[in-house]
Design a protein around this ligand. Structure first.
Ligand code: PLP
Ligand code: COI
Length: 354
């Protein structure tokens, strides 16, 4: 498995004893180590695991000014007999390299990515929460490191992976605002990339939606404000009649979710009718009016499967009875079950860290 000359410097004393595993806030607790690699002179090198800590960064850092910054989000869990497991690490490696290409950043070698995640999780395995639905959240990211104030492609980069033990991202069902003024992504833009700027651009409309009593924005297409795209942190699914519909990703405006891909496989394997296609918000409103809209839920690494109880669109309000949901609870249970080895991983998605 080891492809690089990975240099591992362990800390003298772990902080894991200070963590209250029954009360883990999302994204605020960081483990002892991080994985780091540097890009210079046209290649990645200095692959290492070192103590987690601050980075000295120059004020003219290109990532800070012009946004050459991309990331991934993945999870490590423990099987019921205590073996750490990764979930589809190669898919995350592929996606960060799709993001890298769009942002003019160098690809990070797949073997080094998988090795980095694997070795870091091996070292930090005592930090993996055991409760089902909790996990060690892994945040691989890449930033430009050139110190220069002109707008140009950086020649130096840092790739880092750090870890946070986490519980569920959303603790309650979600209220979404279908956004009719602001957009997240247009065709030809960077919507399909997991680029930091996509999240920055979503903050203002999301704050406005929160002031109106919503939790998140349901993004619509940038041309007509008609077709559903996704939510700020997850892909979206609609159950209409006996069909599960999710927006297609072929216009390059939606993040190709690894959870979404996994759920589609699970649904198809179970014989459900699944459609990946353009779906207009008018179709969703009409289905809600004629009673055929059964469920709306989101899917993402942090969110896992999150139920939607309300969607506001102009002067329409779609209210959903989440207690009647059948597909979404089954998917959540199945994905969590696969991640804890309670349910057999028929798709070969999990990688045991031994
Ligand atoms: N869409 C956006 C904008 C996201 O941030 C995420 C989270 O990563 C997703 C979708 C879901 O992707 P994945 O299932 O790969 O985590
Ligand atoms: C994830 O689900 O991994 C995400 O990136 C969403 C979020 C925490 C930004």
């Amino acid at each position: 498995m080891i492809k690089t000359s990975l240099n591992i410097q362990k800390v003298a004393q772990s902080k894991v004893d200070q963590l209250d595993f029954d009360n883990i806030p999302f994204g605020k607790v960081f483990t002892d180590h991080m994985y780091v690699a540097d890009y210079k002179d046209g290649e990645w090198g200095e692959f290492r695991i070192e103590a987690f800590g601050h980075l000295p960064v120059h004020p003219a850092n290109i990532a800070w000014h012009y946004g050459q910054s991309i990331f991934e989000g993945m999870k490590a869990t423990k099987s019921k007999d205590g073996i750490p497991m990764l979930f589809r690490p190669e898919m995350h490696s592929k996606r960060i390299n799709r993001s890298a290409e769009r942002l003019c950043m160098p690809p990070f070698p797949k073997d080094a990515f998988v090795e980095g995640v694997y070795e870091l999780v091996k070292l930090e395995q005592n930090w993996i929460p055991k409760a089902e639905g909790s996990a060690l959240y892994l945040r691989p990211f890449m930033i430009a490191m050139d110190e220069f104030i002109g707008v140009q492609v950086s020649k130096t980069y840092k790739f880092i992976i750090f870890c946070c033990p986490v519980g569920p991202y959303y603790s309650k069902p979600l209220k979404l605002k279908a956004e009719t003024k602001y957009i997240r992504a247009a065709e030809g833009g960077v919507g399909y990339a997991k680029a930091a700027g996509n999240y920055a651009g979503s903050l203002f409309p999301t704050e406005l939606a929160k002031q109106e009593g919503f939790d998140q924005v349901l993004w619509l297409d940038a041309k007509e404000f008609k077709y559903c795209q996704e939510v700020g942190t997850m892909n979206i699914f609609f159950v209409i009649g006996d069909t599960i519909v999710t927006p297609s990703t072929d216009k390059g405006t939606i993040l190709e979710g690894i959870t979404k891909d996994s759920l589609l496989h699970l649904l198809r394997a179970k014989g459900h009718k699944v459609e990946e296609r353009m779906i207009s918000i008018d179709e969703v409103v009409a289905a809600s009016k004629d009673g055929s809209l059964k469920e709306i839920f989101g899917a993402g690494t942090a969110a896992v499967v999150a139920n939607v109880e309300k969607v506001g669109y102009r002067d329409h309000t779609i209210n959903l009875d989440i207690d009647s949901y059948k597909i979404s609870p089954w998917l959540k249970d199945t994905i969590n079950g696969i991640r804890s080895c309670r349910i057999e991983d028929e798709h070969g998605w999990t990688v045991k860290v031994v």
